[in-house]
Design a protein around this ligand. Structure first.
Ligand SMILES: *[C@@H]1O[C@H](CO)[C@@H](O)[C@H](O)[C@H]1NC(C)=O
Ligand SMILES: *[C@@H]1O[C@H](CO)[C@@H](O)[C@H](O)[C@H]1NC(C)=O
Ligand SMILES: *[C@@H]1O[C@H](CO)[C@@H](O)[C@H](O)[C@H]1NC(C)=O
Ligand SMILES: *[C@@H]1O[C@H](CO)[C@@H](O)[C@H](O)[C@H]1NC(C)=O
Ligand SMILES: *[C@@H]1O[C@H](CO)[C@@H](O)[C@H](O)[C@H]1NC(C)=O
Ligand SMILES: *[C@@H]1O[C@H](CO)[C@@H](O)[C@H](O)[C@H]1NC(C)=O
Length: 467
């Protein structure tokens, strides 16, 4: 009971105190406000006067020499304050907040407020003066941002400064696009904290880029600060750098590269999946056309692993004429086929006797086939010549005469000889006087040595002979 009564008593006292406060000559203004030179300052102010019937309100600010720095009638103001001072808020609702723009060094004050209430009274609040503490340069920007970010994660950075001009708060400008959020926090003594928060989705393209926050105060003064963004991301652009063309027998160096943060480690695999090597490079000491296989590399870091595309060396080698190359003759037509394996494809020529012959050439991958078709002549040799940028080779081709042809030639030759002998002897019997007869050589072709061994000669290797 007693407690309840005491509580009521206190409430009554409080109400009474605030009532008397609200109805006497009081003012609420800080004793000192910080102001940035060249910028603006707002002096927060609210005043009270005894309860009375008031017709007009005239708010005035003066300095210690009673010189007017603000008056609704501009002509009553000191020259140097005209168009620089302004009452903010509603003077009839106890609001005496003053704004001074383009702060000068000698705007420090102290200043006090005076109210002229039309039809009642006037009062100068001399007991509470305000000074302006001039600041040449603003305080450093308070900047915070996540240091280490993973690609795709949202990043938020905040930039905040103190100021004392809420009418024209500082403007924030960010070097990165994103969603901006502005916060104003009222502190004491006319101080404010302005904060800009930027949020965006991190991207690897942001890695090592500066995130800059620039603050421009009313009046033009500005300052900036920045931080380097560190974005972690899985490897991209994983590729094998290598010289595609390699001469057989030489050494090939393959190097894997990627863009990643943190840096990648590398592994090499054959197309079949077998691990060949660990490390950024892969060396094949002696390249061979038979053992070369398609390979790829994998770049790995803590964010992931990515495969390169598959690559295969293009092994270059001198021509190798296949021993299955051959010539055949059929009904007086000589047909030769020379099959050459090489990289790059070779030029293929035939030499008949001592004449170089054109041939039609067909290339399929590493196999070049030269075909010669010509009238049968009396040739001692048929050579196939093949060359490419790495060397040359020649092969003496065997001539396979069609068995039936040979038989026909032999049979027909024999028949002809027998006939001649018969006729000759018959004619000789009948006509002894005719002593000479012409010897007909119908088997010119057969008299030649048609079958040659495959004599292979190659400049790069010692001469070898396959018969
Ligand atoms: C006075 O007016 C200014 C400007 O309108 C306003 O920001 C401030 O809050 C007002 N003060 C009070 C005590 O109402
Ligand atoms: C990063 O930016 C590029 C181009 O600006 C875009 O194509 C890609 O999708 C972005 N990545 C992420 C994870 O947002
Ligand atoms: C042989 O080939 C060359 C070049 O391809 C051509 O100029 C020439 O006329 C050809 N000769 C014959 C006899 O076909
Ligand atoms: C080329 O050779 C391959 C096999 O070596 C064969 O399958 C293909 O048919 C050939 N192409 C032509 C146009 O001859
Ligand atoms: C092959 O040899 C001929 C004659 O020596 C030359 O003109 C030609 O360029 C050579 N071909 C290649 C592919 O090296
Ligand atoms: C075939 O090769 C041998 C050995 O290099 C060479 O002496 C010869 O002249 C070549 N023959 C032809 C027709 O080029």
């Amino acid at each position: 009971m007693a407690v309840w009564q005491w509580l009521l008593f206190f409430i009554c006292i409080c109400v009474k105190v605030t009532q008397t406060e609200a109805s006497s000559w009081t003012i609420d203004v800080p004793s000192s406000v910080k102001g940035l030179l060249g910028s603006c300052v707002v002096i927060p102010c609210s005043y009270n006067y005894p309860n009375a019937k008031v017709q007009t309100f005239t708010g005035i600010w003066t300095n210690d020499g009673n010189q007017v720095i603000y008056h609704p009638t501009e002509s009553k103001m000191l020259e140097q304050y005209r168009r620089r001072t302004k009452l903010l808020g509603d003077i009839s609702k106890s609001n005496c907040s003053l704004m001074i723009e383009n702060l000068q060094q000698n705007d420090g004050g102290p200043f006090h407020f005076r109210i002229e209430l039309g039809g009642y009274n006037s009062f100068s609040y001399l007991n509470k003066k305000v000074s302006i503490l001039m600041i040449r340069e603003p305080n450093a920007i308070d900047f915070s941002a996540h240091e280490d970010i993973k690609e795709g994660q949202p990043v938020s950075a905040s930039c905040s400064v103190f100021h004392s001009c809420p009418t024209y708060p500082p403007a924030f400008h960010w070097s990165h696009s994103g969603e901006q959020h502005f916060q104003a926090q009222k502190l004491h003594d006319g101080q404010w904290k302005a904060t800009s928060i930027l949020t965006f989705r991190s991207n690897r393209t942001d890695h090592n880029k500066l995130l800059q926050c620039r603050v421009t105060y009313h009046g033009g003064k500005h300052q900036e600060t920045s931080k380097t963004l560190k974005v972690k991301y899985a490897p991209v652009n994983v590729k094998v750098e290598y010289q595609s063309d390699v001469n057989e027998g030489e050494t090939a160096h393959l190097k894997c590269s990627s863009d990643a943060n943190p840096v990648s480690s590398y592994e090499w695999h054959s197309e079949t999946g077998a691990l060949l090597n660990k490390g950024q490079t892969y060396t094949i000491l002696i390249v061979s056309r038979h053992s070369v296989e398609a390979v790829y590399c994998t770049a790995v870091n803590e964010e992931g692993q990515v495969r390169s595309s598959t690559v295969k060396l293009n092994v270059l080698y001198a021509p190798d004429i296949r021993t299955s190359s051959k010539c055949s003759s059929d009904w007086g037509v000589l047909k030769c086929e020379c099959i050459v394996e090489s990289r790059p494809p070779s030029m293929v020529h035939f030499v008949l006797g001592d004449r170089l012959q054109n041939s039609s050439v067909e290339t399929n991958g590493s196999v070049t086939t030269g075909t010669l078709q010509t009238d049968f002549g009396s040739f001692k040799f048929v050579h196939c010549l093949a060359n490419n940028t790495l060397g040359n080779e020649n092969l003496t081709l065997s001539l396979l005469v069609n068995d039936n042809m040979q038989k026909i030639f032999i049979v027909s030759g024999t028949v002809v000889i027998l006939l001649i002998i018969l006729i000759a002897t018959g004619v000789g019997v009948v006509n002894k006087r005719k002593e000479n007869y012409e010897d007909v050589h119908s088997n010119d072709i057969c008299s030649n040595d048609h079958v040659y061994g495959n004599v292979r000669t190659k400049r790069r290797v010692p001469l070898k002979t396959n018969v």
